[in-house]
Design a protein around this ligand. Structure first.
Ligand code: C2E
Length: 351
């Protein structure tokens, strides 16, 4: 169990949260396994966490919370995904150690080869009278050859281990990528987005550069889900994500912020550039009429509303999110399917 969870269960709200979690689990026919309990205590403890928002979305879509879904949610949202980082660091440290040991053995092998050659030369130079000495040198040569053979064996074993470690590192990289990715849309997930935004704001502050944040939300998504069912809803999410992801490529960062809301970070790019990209995304999304693939039925076009904010000097990541989100909701209130620039901080504060 994670440290946060341990703290939660030893804090003043512990029994309340535990009771509430069990109640909600029973209401949704979820078995009280240890993993489920951890998941649902986190759900009831913070109603606006990415996990809680995703569970709410699934419940609203009438999705049964099955064992498999519970496991997928835990893998995506539970804090012990941080263990991945630890494992990866351990793998890196091990790899460095192995490299050092390999170097040491290679160097020892070279010395023993040189030593062996010197012994052979010395043996040749000894005259016939030095029979006893010659025997000693011969013994030493044999011992050296044995050391060389052992070293060669060790080198082969180390090469195998290095190969294994490389494969292990690839698996760990995959685990890390999975922990940062939203399973449905393949965009960056909320947890990784939060971390990246904080880091990019810090970098922008240090370098005196700008960073722009955009928030996008699918219009009338709930209606889509209600009319066509959540499987089509998921296809819509994937479609919108595919367009956002195509235009939000590195160094930009495109993420699923939660439910039907997406975010794009534009490091070192102004609001003017972000506006151009957002308009491209918005127009491309609305230009296609989607089909229900099983029946070829027309699902109609999907539109998105967007808002963006260019970071102000000294502004925190959360304030930037707040301003971009407010701009997004201004787009919604103005009739949807449009992009709005955020208000400066002073105007937000006065409102
Ligand atoms: P997907 O179904 O996994 O499709 C991945 C990509 O394969 C699509 O990327 C598209 O390039 C191609 N593709 C798949 N099926 C078709 C098809 O029947 N006709 C054409 N012309 N291309 C096809 P794309 O377009 O970016 O879509 C990404 C995801 O968005 C799709 O993943 C799907 O989940 C959803 N989507 C897009 N358009 C539709 C649609 O008209 N109806 C439905 N139900 N889903 C759609």
């Amino acid at each position: 169990m994670s440290a946060e969870f341990q703290a939660l269960l030893r804090g003043p709200r512990a029994y309340d949260l535990a009771r509430k979690a069990l109640e909600v689990m029973e209401g949704h026919h979820v078995w009280p396994t240890v993993r489920n309990f951890e998941l649902w205590v986190c759900y009831v403890s913070e109603s606006t966490s990415p996990l809680a928002l995703e569970i709410d979305r699934l419940l609203a879509a009438g999705e049964p919370i099955t064992e498999t879904l519970g496991e997928a949610l835990a893998a995506q949202f539970m804090p012990d995904a941080r263990i991945n980082g630890g494992i990866l660091e351990a793998g890196d440290a091990l790899s460095k150690e192995l490299h050092t040991v390999t170097r040491a053995i290679e160097s020892a092998q070279k010395s023993s080869e040189t030593y062996g050659q010197e012994l052979a030369t010395a043996s040749e130079r000894l005259s016939g009278d030095d029979a006893q000495l010659k025997a000693v040198v011969a013994d030493l040569t044999t011992a050296t050859q044995k050391v060389q053979a052992d070293n060669r064996l060790l080198e082969t074993q180390l090469a195998d281990t290095r190969g294994e470690l490389g494969r292990l590192r690839e698996s760990l990289d995959q685990v890390r990528r999975d922990a940062m990715t939203d399973g449905l849309t393949n965009l960056t997930n909320r947890k990784a987005f939060d971390e990246s935004l904080a880091a990019m704001c810090e970098d922008a502050e240090a370098a005196g550069e700008t960073v722009t944040l955009a928030m996008l939300d699918i219009d009338h998504f709930k209606g889509f889900n209600d009319t066509w069912g959540h499987q089509i809803g998921d296809q819509v999410l994937r479609y919108v994500a595919s367009v956002i992801g195509r235009l939000g490529v590195t160094p930009r960062l495109a993420a699923r912020y939660g439910g039907e809301e997406f975010a794009v970070i534009f490091p070192s790019e102004s609001g003017r550039i972000a506006l151009g990209v957002l308009e491209e995304i918005r127009i491309e999304i609305s230009s296609r009429s989607l089909k229900r693939r099983s029946t070829n039925e027309d699902l109609g076009a999907v539109t998105v509303s967007a808002g963006y904010a260019e970071r102000l000097s000294g502004e925190s990541a959360s304030s930037l999110v707040e301003r971009a989100d407010a701009a997004l909701y201004a787009s919604k209130h103005a009739g949807r399917n449009r992009t709005t620039a955020a208000q400066p901080l002073a105007v937000v504060a006065a409102a």
